[in-house]
Structure formats: structure tokens, C-alpha cells
Design a protein. Structure first.
Length: 410
């Protein structure tokens, strides 16, 4: 029997009992759909983490103030005022693994430009901050050390602020007012998008730290050098754990903390946080893979079962084929093709359902998904392999029937 004739026979067998065929293929359909969805979710999660790591900058750590205790009551994280500009300079100078460190303060402000106004965040920091964050400028320039030292009335703004205040007008050299302080726009940051918490990173105004303290915030002399955070960039190829340990030892020494005392600061490794998110997404993808694997096995068992039933139902037909000259390998090939055809048809339906499910997850659940041609090819390969593996035994059983016994079968 030719391959085309065997394929026609397989399709005829499927359509004759179409309801039974669909129920048999259900496991394959679910398994293939789960494989496609799993790969799409896993790929989307990895892409999202890579984008977030890129937006944050590479090898970033964040040093935050610790908790304070008042009358025996601990007031929670970041309630202390323990970090200073000098701490940031010491980290950059005394920890060899550190490339740059930038102290910063932040507050919400209402910014005005001509007839437009916008509520955003004012971010006071040092010139090293853009290097730490790997944040290039889309236009203009960054403020310089002399402007930082002299509390210059300059600002670098994010894309969201530029759009809200100036629209299509070039914001460079324009004047904005923050708490009645006029600031000249000297640069526009490139677009970063949302961070891992869903916050718009482009909705920000960056000013020299001294300008923030002396002109915008107006801090008292006692807290003049306190900062809310220190952003640290570790050199490429250096150990993040080793840099964190040296930073911890340096800050404990600078803050004169006795042995055994708790740190009055905390160090967060942003790269590890994002990698933890990626690991969570990977676990979810593995769970989907387990579901897909079980569904494929169940579907394969269903195919084996229905093919064994088909062999029993068609025993006389097999005997007649052998009596008129069909060889054992012809019978083997015919039933094997039927099993593979059933598996591939189920795989095709599963591909359609998987694509629809992936689109639905991306649209309604808001998850990042990445549908690739490789996942579809992999799903087709899985379904074909299941058909061959689970269809071989029934096909071999059919090929091993003796013609006389098959013709006598009722």
C-alpha cells in the first residue's frame, strides 16, 4: 500500500467515528496547547526580566536607611536617617569592586512650565547617578560637578515630564518651576518605561543633590548631608556578593556599630530580586510543562487504547488484506500512519487552542508572552513522537496476525 493510500485510509478511519476520534485526541490537544502556552509564558517572563534589568542598569545595588527604635518600639524599615553623601563617596573610593555610587533624595512636587503643570517626583542626586543606572540622555547634557557643588538651578527631565509639559516643543533651555524655584532644563533622559513595580521611571525630574536640599526641600542644617538612598554600580565581572560584604563592613565601621549590633542600613541587590522573579516564572512554566507531559501521556494511552480496539474491530479486514498479498510491514505501516495521523490532527487542534490561549493570557491577564515558531515546531514534534511511540504496539500486533485466524475472527 502506498503512503498516500495509507493516509487516505487513516483519515477515513478517523472520520467514520469522529466523536470517538476527538475524545481520543483530547489528551494530545490539551498537551500540545499546554506546551505552546508554557513556552510563550516562559519566554515572555524571561524577556520581561531582561527588559527590567536593562532599565534598572546592570549590577545595581541599593543601600537604604535602616529602622530606628523609639521607646522600645521599632518604627519599621527606612525610618532612620543614617546614610550620608560621605558614605556614598567612601563606597566608591574604598570598595574596589564598585564602579560608581550616587547618593539621592526624592520627594513629590508640582512642576509648572508656562501654562502647563504636572505632578511628578523631584530626584536630587549626584552626577554619577546616570552612570550607575546606565541611563543615557536623549537630548542635552547631564549636570556637572561644579553645578552640583554650587546648587545650580538646572534640571534633567524624563520623557513623561517632557511630554506633559512641552508636548512637541524642544524642552532644552526651557524653564520649569518647582516650588517657585526656576530651573533650566539642560537634558532629557532616554525612555526607560515601567519598573518591576509598575511605576513609570520616566516620570521624574533629576536635579543636583545640593539644589534639591538647599532650594527645593530646604532641609535644616542638622540633616543637611543625610540622604534617602545610595545607588551602587558594581564593576563588570566582579562578584556582587563580595562587593555587598565589603560595603556592609565599610558602613558598619563608618557608623561605629559595635560587634553584634544590627545594621542601621539595608542593602538590596536588585539583580537578585529580578532573578528571583524570573525563577518564579520558571517554576510556573515547569508546572505547565508537567501538565503538558501528563496530558501527552494520557493522550498517547488513549491513542494506544483506541488503536487496539480498531485492530480488534478490523481483524477480518486485516486477514483479507493479507490474503490478497499485503505484507506484515504494509499492515504495520498502515496502522502506524493512522496513529500518527490521529496524533498530528490532535496536535494541529492543540496548536490553534494554544495560540488562542496565549493571546488571551497576554490580553486579559496582562502577562508578558512571547509566541515563537520554535514552540509550534516543538509541539508538532511532540505530538508526532507520541503517535509513533504509543501507536507502534497496536500496529505491531495487527501486523503479527495470521491470515487464517484473522479471517475466522467474528
Amino acid at each position: 500500500m502506498s503512503l498516500l493510500a495509507a493516509l487516505r485510509s487513516a483519515l477515513r478511519a478517523l472520520t467514520t467515528n469522529w466523536l470517538r476520534s476527538i475524545l481520543t485526541m483530547l489528551g494530545i490537544i490539551i498537551g500540545v496547547a499546554a506546551v505552546i502556552t508554557m513556552i510563550a509564558i516562559g519566554g515572555g517572563a524571561q524577556q520581561r526580566v531582561e527588559e527590567q534589568m536593562k532599565s534598572l542598569g546592570t549590577n545595581i545595588m541599593l543601600v537604604l536607611p535602616g529602622a530606628i527604635t523609639s521607646s522600645g518600639v521599632r518604627l519599621g524599615a527606612q525610618t532612620g536617617q543614617t546614610l550620608t553623601e560621605e558614605d556614598a563617596r567612601a563606597i566608591a573610593a574604598d570598595v574596589p569592586e564598585v564602579q560608581a555610587a550616587a547618593a539621592s533624595l526624592r520627594t513629590g512636587v508640582q512642576v509648572v512650565a508656562a501654562n502647563a503643570n504636572w505632578s511628578t517626583s523631584a530626584f536630587g542626586t549626584t552626577p554619577e547617578y546616570l552612570e550607575v543606572r546606565d541611563w543615557p540622555l536623549d537630548a542635552g547634557r547631564n549636570f556637572e560637578e561644579v553645578e552640583h557643588a554650587g546648587s545650580a538651578k538646572v534640571a534633567v527631565i524624563g520623557q513623561t515630564v517632557a511630554q506633559q509639559l512641552f508636548g512637541d516643543v524642544d524642552p532644552i533651555d526651557q524653564v520649569i518651576r518647582v516650588r517657585r524655584v526656576p530651573l533650566q532644563v539642560i537634558g532629557v533622559l532616554s525612555r526607560k518605561g515601567q519598573n518591576s513595580m509598575g511605576q513609570d521611571q520616566d516620570d521624574v525630574i533629576v536635579v543636583p543633590l545640593s539644589t534639591y536640599r538647599n532650594r527645593i526641600q530646604g532641609m535644616s542644617a542638622g540633616r543637611i548631608k543625610r540622604v534617602g538612598a545610595i545607588s551602587v554600580k558594581v564593576r563588570e565581572g566582579q562578584s556582587m556578593q563580595q562587593a555587598e560584604q565589603k560595603m556592609r563592613e565599610l558602613l558598619r565601621q563608618r557608623h561605629r556599630l559595635p560587634a553584634g549590633a544590627d545594621d542601621d542600613f539595608s542593602i538590596r541587590n536588585l539583580t537578585e530580586m529580578l532573578q528571583a522573579q524570573e525563577e518564579s516564572s520558571r517554576v510556573m512554566a515547569l508546572l505547565l510543562a508537567a501538565v503538558a507531559g501528563v496530558s501527552l501521556v494520557v493522550g498517547g494511552i488513549g491513542i494506544m487504547n483506541i488503536m487496539l480496539v480498531s485492530v480488534t474491530e478490523r481483524t477480518r479486514e486485516i486477514g483479507l488484506r493479507m490474503a490478497v498479498g499485503a505484507r506484515s510491514r504494509d499492515i504495520l505501516g498502515q496502522f502506524l500512519i493512522e496513529a500518527v495521523t490521529m496524533s498530528l490532527v490532535g496536535g494541529a487542534i492543540g496548536i490553534v487552542i494554544g495560540i488562542v490561549a496565549t493571546w488571551a493570557i497576554g490580553s486579559f491577564a496582562g502577562w508578558e508572552v512571547l509566541l515563537s515558531a520554535q514552540s509550534i515546531v516543538l509541539a508538532v514534534g511532540f505530538s508526532a513522537a507520541v503517535g509513533v511511540f504509543f501507536g507502534f504496539y497496536p500496529a505491531q500486533r495487527a501486523a503479527g496476525l495470521l491470515p487464517i485466524q484473522a479471517l475466522r475472527h467474528e
